[in-house]
Write a protein that binds this ligand. Sequence first.
Ligand code: Q9C
Ligand code: ZN
Length: 343
Amino acid sequence: MLTIYSEQQKLHNPAREFLGGDLVPYLESPKRMDYVLEALQRNNTGRIERPEGFSTEPIARVHRPDYIAFLETAWERWHQTYPEADQASPYCFPHRGLRHVIPEQIEGALGYYSMDLTAPVVEGTWKAIRASVDCALTAAKRVREGEPVAFALCRPPGHHASVDLMAGYCFFNNAAVAAQALLDKGADKVAILDVDYHHGHGTQSIFYSRNDVLFASLHADPRQDYPHYLGHEDETGEGDGQGFNLNLPLALHVTGWAEYRRALEVALGRIDEFQPDYLVVSLGMDTYERDPISFFSIKTPDFVELGHCLAALKTPTLFVFEGGYELEALGNNTVSVLEGFSS
Ligand code: Q9C
Ligand code: ZN
């Protein structure tokens, strides 16, 4: 299977994140990609190519222009205010009852464009998030040009990023930008299946009122885990998008492959009924039993079966890498899905 990967993505390398009331080493580290690359090479999964460089135009089809402009200069502005700091994080947010006027000052602006504290901006963030989108767009282009399937090894991930908000290690929504690009190049319908452990609330919100993109997601019940405030079963879309959003929340600690597989069949059934021109898979590997921040118990062989189930849709498919934090197994698990798809 063709993989698209860029070294530039490593330039986003925050040292710390806020977790459990403490600052801890940043889980969404550049090392994640090394583990996946090593496993791809060890298993001879196929060509690994660098992405083409795209302009911000396809990003602006999904994200608000002022958000894109903010991200481009956020580090510079932060650095002028805090020359000693190695990462930029908000501390204050326009919550209920407050005004949504964009503050001039960088700390206020950071809060305006952030849902939470888990997406710190560092010196290399802009270059890395552009490269990550480029990987998704290049892989989409290859699939459009006839490749039956491609894997965009994206990092930072994207599915928590919405139109004008960063969140959950995500800045630009790679899967959403790729799906929109496929539509803009002539597709009528695209399905996005999100199998990351966390609900892809950014992707959901981007396409919530549309019927040309079906969003289906299997994830930890938001009553029990991040992103906490979206991802419930009764979120089914609005307006033209009514019926084109499918959330299948699953309970923590009791979800193994049997339970997961039942929900997967529901999602695949809906996608099959939708008859998309393309399938975009938001491929998070954090459903794995030993993931440090997750509580499902999917095992390595189950990922082979997951890939196999996805292939049954017989639809041109784009895999876009999302979460997954257990480094030792991350490579094998990812390759398991891809090989399960291809075999
Ligand atoms: N105790 C992705 O997998 N931290 N993002 C949650 C819960 C944020 C995950 C901590 C997790 C974001 C792409
Ligand atoms: Zn996740």
